[in-house]
Ligand binder design. Structure first.
Ligand code: SF4
Length: 400
């Protein structure tokens, strides 16, 4: 039985390679972002707060903050990393504390509803053989009117818009999970606590939307199960990725950013790129000079009334002639199309047009060709290696 969860799907959607390394190859990363570390400490503190309440024990704000700090110290390890420049572990520790304090003041005495479960494992019935979809509900409550509330704590530093909350899949999936557990689950509120903003966001899901979420999730799982291509997807999240030393997009940066300046400059890759850029720049300058010289030669030829000009070991011959030019697909589209019509009518279109492989690939990818035709086209397909080099400037960090 294969296990899936919302965070696994989210990882796949953010970066298929990260998904493969973490969940298929099961490679453990020894780093943990301070955001994730702080989030875990806040979650376990809020669990304690409600657990104490369930056990008829009072948890004062002081107890809660002591618990948070002691867990912070107990769990802190060398792999906890701060990615955002200019901030320290202590800044995050303080944010976590502030989240708990504002939550405590806002909801004290925590009796707006009956708490049913804390950190509740939940299975979502997707009905896909061989697939088990699981998750954890931070807190499940039931109000006096019978409405269930699925609570989720967030410690992130960005506050989503309501529109994004209304599209969220995670809690919708958990709703499907709890609906399969009890007969009295009719009305469900999805509740997010954005603790750093002292903000509560709510949403509801109609049956139709729940079914849509279920379908979307099944389709993502199907995609993962049937592909063997897990390409890296670069994004601002890369800074928080624990696999930079394994990722082909980040491995070299990871390696050389740790080298002292003299070793950095001698590293093979650094030397190759530096020389490549040098040659490219020289070629660009030479190309410009070649164009300037050609123009000067045309001018000289016209001024002197000659077609041949001698140098020491070479001579150049200048030919000036007029040749016809017709509209192209990348120019005036209207004139191009009407010319094509003329050529088609004359029955010579096939002789003067040629197959545009790149456009054909685009049309297939855009799904604009019928499947049956695509199958026929694919019979002529040959996969060839396409190697290219793209250059870009590095912003700051590893220029040494
Ligand atoms: S560094 Fe970025 S692109 Fe590479 S695996 Fe991690 S998230 Fe993906």
């Amino acid at each position: 039985m294969k296990r899936y969860s919302y965070s696994r799907l989210e990882t796949y959607e953010n970066c298929p390679l990260q998904f493969k390394l973490r969940y298929i190859d099961r490679i453990k990363s020894d780093t943990e972002s301070v955001e994730a570390f702080m989030g875990s400490r806040v979650h376990e503190s809020l669990e304690k707060l409600y657990r104490d309440k369930l056990m008829e024990k009072t948890c004062s704000l002081e107890d809660l903050i002591d618990f948070y700090h002691s867990n912070w110290d107990k769990n802190l390890h060398e792999g906890v990393i701060v990615v955002r420049e200019g901030y320290s572990l202590d800044n995050y520790r303080e944010i976590g504390k502030r989240c708990l304090e504002s939550y405590y003041h806002r909801y004290f005495p925590f009796d707006h509803a009956r708490t049913i479960a804390l950190e509740m494992p939940i299975e979502v019935p997707l009905g896909v053989p061989g697939i088990k979809f699981v998750g954890f509900i931070d807190r499940l409550d039931q109000r006096e009117d019978g409405t269930y509330e699925i609570h989720d704590y967030k410690t992130s530093s960005t506050l989503p818009h309501q529109a994004k909350i209304d599209q969220d899949k995670q809690l919708a999936l958990y709703q499907l999970g709890i609906e399969s557990l009890w007969d009295d689950v009719r009305d469900v509120d999805l509740v997010w606590h954005y603790l750093a903003f002292d903000k509560e966001l709510r949403s509801k899901r109609e049956r139709e939307k729940l079914e849509m979420v279920k379908k979307e999730v099944i389709s993502i799982i199907h995609k993962i199960e049937t592909t063997d291509s897990f390409e890296p997807r670069e994004s601002p999240l890369c800074g928080w990725c624990g696999y930079q030393d394994l990722c082909p997009l980040k491995k070299h940066t990871f390696k050389v950013s740790r080298l002292p300046p003299d070793a950095f400059i001698k590293e093979d890759g650094v030397q190759l790129v530096n020389r490549y850029i040098e040659v490219k720049n020289q070629m660009k300058a030479l190309k410009q000079e070649e164009e300037q010289l050609k123009n000067a030669i045309y001018e000289y030829a016209a001024r002197e009334g000659v077609n041949v000009i001698n140098g020491s070991g070479y001579r150049v011959r200048i030919r000036v002639s007029k040749k016809p030019k017709y509209p192209s697909i990348s120019g005036d589209r209207e004139r191009y199309s009407s010319l094509v019509e003329v050529l088609k009518r004359a029955g010579i279109w096939e002789e003067v047009s040629k197959l545009d492989s790149n456009r054909l690939v685009e049309l297939i990818e855009e799904g604009r060709i019928e499947e049956e035709v695509v199958r026929e086209i694919k019979a002529y397909e040959e996969i060839v290696e396409d190697k290219r080099i793209f250059t870009s400037r590095i912003k700051g960090v590893i220029e040494k």
